[in-house]
Design a protein around this ligand. Structure first.
Ligand code: DC
Length: 261
């Protein structure tokens, strides 16, 4: 079936671009989920826990939309690199990101992320982006901008699995189901290496472990929106679980929680 474009477009400095709510016909909602209320499922945790794959597959199984907030921070880093702006020029960097009008094309699965009306999805996993994204994600004004955008997206996509670092703690504190995924650092580094190799990119597991450890430190110690375990999150250690095992566990827990909500 063809995508059903909404009537709205956003006009920016770069012309009219398809707005966030270009929709494909939604996959049917899971029959055990209520069709008359919003459902936000948050998945937070450090890099390499399998969050993105888990969130995408979980959303597919439950008939929910999927929001990858790391992709938003990565797209901001792409804008910063292309404009030659570092964290030492934070105000200009944030203005450039606001001007780039980051948004998703929801007709793709997973949704395609655009900056200045151009897809950057194939660019955001590059090593140069990964190297600078964490300090950029620590800029308080940038985080506030992203939090606003993420809440707007949730208003337009009220049945959502959203993954990141601060989704359950800051962005959607009232979400009815929150998960925190964790795994041993060496396992996380190995998973990232496999992911990069699958994408045809170079991967050195030792360098990735050092990078993951440094990003954990940086993401957990920043002042605004640090990576924390929300007190009411269900913690799942994925070290010895398969992807299918994690997705199945989370699916069961969401259905149990929503039956009681
Ligand atoms: O999950 P990821 O590796 O794609 O995230 C990229 C970076 O963005 C990572 O350094 C953490 C940061 N991030 C964040 O600070 N807050 C989020 N909600 C999502 C990602």
């Amino acid at each position: 079936m063809a995508a059903v474009p909404s009537s709205t477009t956003t006009r920016t400095a770069h012309g009219a671009v398809p707005h966030v709510e270009v929709r494909t016909p939604r996959r049917p909602l899971h029959p055990l989920l209520p069709s008359d209320k919003p459902i936000i499922v948050t998945i937070d945790g450090p890099a390499g826990t399998g969050k993105s794959s888990v969130a995408r597959l979980l959303a597919r199984r439950l008939g929910l939309d999927f929001l990858d907030t790391g992709a938003m921070y990565r797209a901001a880093a792409v804008v910063a690199i292309e404009r030659g702006l570092g964290v030492d020029r934070a105000a200009e960097l944030v203005a450039a990101v606001v001007d780039a009008d980051l948004h998703f094309d929801w007709s793709a699965d997973p949704p395609d992320i655009l900056a200045s009306g151009r897809s950057v999805s194939s660019r955001i996993r590059g090593g140069d982006v990964t190297a600078v994204v964490s300090p950029i994600a620590g800029i308080p004004a940038l985080r506030r901008h992203m939090v606003r955008k993420q809440r707007l997206i949730a208003a337009q996509h009220p049945r959502l699995v959203t993954e990141g670092r601060d989704q359950g703690s800051v962005v959607f504190p009232a979400a009815p189901v929150k998960f925190y995924l964790d795994a041993a650092p060496a396992t996380r580094a190995r998973r990232r290496a496999d992911q990069l190799r699958e994408a045809g990119l170079d991967a050195d597991a030792d360098a990735l472990l050092a990078d993951i450890t440094e990003r954990d430190r940086s993401d957990s110690t920043r002042r605004e929106g640090p990576l924390i375990k929300p007190g009411d999150a269900i913690v799942v250690d994925t070290t010895s679980l398969s992807l299918e095992g994690v997705v199945g566990t989370l699916e069961r827990l969401v259905l149990e929680r929503m039956a009681r909500a």
